[in-house]
Design a protein around this ligand. Structure first.
Ligand SMILES: Nc1ncnc2c1ncn2[C@@H]1O[C@H](COP(=O)(O)OP(=O)(O)OP(=O)(O)O)[C@@H](O)[C@H]1O
Length: 393
C-alpha cells in the first residue's frame, strides 16, 4: 500500500514538473511575443511620426483678456469642415484690404485646453522616450501665451512641461517594474543677449564661461552647466520654480513680465529599452523670447539691445529650419547660440515642433500676421521635407 502511494506520488510529482515546464515555456513564448510587439510598437510609432513630418507646426490662439478689443470667431476663423478642418486659419484685420489665410498641421482655438494641446505633443514625448531627439519651441510675440503653453498654471491649467514630466516618469516606472533603468537628467539654461546663463546655478550672478561641446556620437554638453538627475515630476517642478525666479524678465511696453531670453529645458533620457537596446533620447523644451517688432515696443538702451539679440537669434532659428527642410548642404547652426546648442537635436531623424502662439487682440493684428507668416514659411518647408508630402493634406 505504502509502495503504491510512493509510486503515485512520484508520478504526480513528475507530472507537476512537466506541467511547470510547459507553463514556463508558454511564459517565455509570451514574453518573446510581447518584446516583439514592443519593438513593432516603437517602429510603427516612429513611422507615424515621420509620416506626420519630422518638422511640424501648430498654431494656438490665446483667449482674449477683459481689457482688450479682440478679433471674434468670424474675423479670426478656423476651418471646421472639409479637407483643412482644424488646420486652416483665416484672419481679416480691421481696415485691411484683404483676408489672409494660413494652413498648419494643427490650429488650436481660444477654447482649446492645455490637455487638448498636450494630447498632440505627447506623441513627440513618446519619441524622446523611444530614443529620438525632440525639440519643441513656443514662438510668438510677447504676451501671446508661450509661457502659459509651456508651463501653465495649477491643475487642469498645467502646461506642456509638467505634463511631459508626468508622461516621462510614468514610463520610467513602467520600465523599472520590468527591471529596466532609464536615467533622466535635466539642465535648464537661458540664452540672454547671446550669452548662456545656468538657471540652476547655486550662485546665478557668478561670471562663469559656458562652452557648447558636441561629440562625434551626436551628444551635446555645455561646460560648467549644472546637470541634475531627477526622479519625480515634483522635483522637476521645484527646479522650474528655481529657474523661473532666475530668468531675466524686464518691463517693456508690451508685457510687464515679458521674458527677454530663450529658456531651454533639456532632458536627457538614457538607458535601455525593452529589447535591451541602449537609448539616448532628448527632449528640448524651448520657451522662446517674445518676437516683437522694435517699433512697437518702444525699446531703447538695454531693452533695444535685448530686442535686437532676440530678433537676430529668432531669424537664425528660422534660417536653420528652412535650410534643414530644404536639405541644403550648409546648415547655418553657428549663426546663433540657440541653433548651435540644438545642433544635434535638429534635422535628420530628430523631431521638431514649432508651436506659434498668437494673440486675438486687434491691436496686435500686424504682429499676429508676422508670426503666422514665419510659421507658415516653416510649415511650407516642413511639407516639402516630409516623406508624405505628396499625400499630406
Ligand atoms: N490659452 C490660454 N488660456 C488662458 N490664459 C492664457 C492663455 N494663453 C495665455 N494666457 C494668459 O495671457 C497672458 C500672457 O501669456 P504669457 O505670459 O504666456 O505670454 P508670453 O508669450 O510668454 O509672453 P512673454 O514672451 O512676454 O513672456 C498671461 O496672463 C497668461 O496667463
Amino acid at each position: 500500500m505504502q509502495l503504491a502511494n510512493i509510486v503515485n506520488d512520484e508520478r504526480s510529482t513528475s507530472q507537476l514538473i512537466a506541467r511547470l515546464q510547459e507553463v514556463k515555456d508558454q511564459l517565455a513564448a509570451r514574453e518573446e511575443e510581447l518584446l516583439h510587439a514592443m519593438v513593432t510598437r516603437r517602429h510603427l510609432h516612429n513611422t507615424i511620426q515621420e509620416l506626420k513630418g519630422n518638422i511640424r507646426v501648430f498654431c494656438r490662439i490665446r483667449p482674449s483678456s477683459e481689457d482688450e478689443s479682440a478679433f471674434d470667431d468670424s474675423n479670426l476663423a478656423i476651418d471646421r469642415k472639409g479637407e483643412f478642418a482644424g488646420r486652416r486659419l483665416e484672419i481679416t484685420p480691421p481696415d485691411a484690404p484683404k483676408k489672409y489665410d494660413f494652413t498648419f498641421d494643427r490650429v488650436f482655438a481660444k477654447k482649446d485646453s492645455q490637455k487638448h494641446v498636450f494630447d498632440e505633443v505627447s506623441l513627440l514625448v513618446q519619441s524622446a522616450l523611444d530614443g529620438y531627439k525632440v525639440c519643441i519651441f513656443t514662438y510668438g510675440q510677447t504676451g501671446s501665451g508661450k509661457t502659459y503653453t509651456m508651463l501653465g498654471g495649477k491643475g487642469e491649467e498645467r502646461g506642456l512641461i509638467p505634463r511631459s514630466m508626468e508622461q516621462i516618469f510614468a514610463s520610467q516606472s513602467l520600465l523599472e517594474s520590468k527591471g529596466l533603468k532609464v536615467s533622466i537628467t535635466a539642465t535648464l539654461l537661458e540664452i540672454y543677449n547671446e550669452d548662456i546663463r545656468d538657471l540652476l546655478a547655486s550662485s546665478p550672478g557668478a561670471k562663469i564661461e559656458y562652452k557648447i561641446k558636441h561629440d562625434d556620437d551626436g551628444n551635446t554638453r555645455v561646460t560648467n552647466l549644472c546637470e541634475v538627475e531627477v526622479f519625480s515630476a515634483a522635483e522637476v517642478e521645484s527646479l522650474m520654480q528655481q529657474a523661473n525666479a532666475a530668468r531675466a524678465v524686464a518691463k517693456t511696453n508690451m508685457n510687464d513680465r515679458s521674458s527677454r531670453s530663450h529658456m531651454v529645458m533639456r532632458l536627457c533620457l538614457d538607458g535601455v529599452n525593452e529589447a535591451g537596446e541602449p537609448i539616448h533620447g532628448a527632449l528640448n523644451l524651448v520657451d522662446l523670447a517674445g518676437s516683437e517688432r522694435l517699433s512697437r515696443t518702444g525699446a531703447t538702451g538695454d531693452r533695444l539691445k535685448e530686442a535686437q539679440a532676440i530678433n537676430k537669434s529668432l531669424s537664425s532659428l528660422g534660417d536653420v529650419i528652412f535650410a534643414l527642410a530644404s536639405k541644403e548642404k550648409h546648415i547655418p547652426f553657428r549663426n546663433s547660440k540657440l541653433t548651435y546648442l540644438l545642433k544635434n537635436s535638429l534635422g535628420g531623424d530628430c523631431k521638431t515642433l514649432m508651436l506659434v502662439n498668437v494673440s486675438p487682440s486687434l491691436e496686435s493684428a500686424q504682429e499676429t500676421i508676422c508670426s503666422l507668416r514665419f510659421a507658415a514659411k516653416v510649415n511650407s518647408c516642413a511639407l516639402k521635407s516630409a516623406p508624405s508630402s505628396k499625400t499630406k493634406k
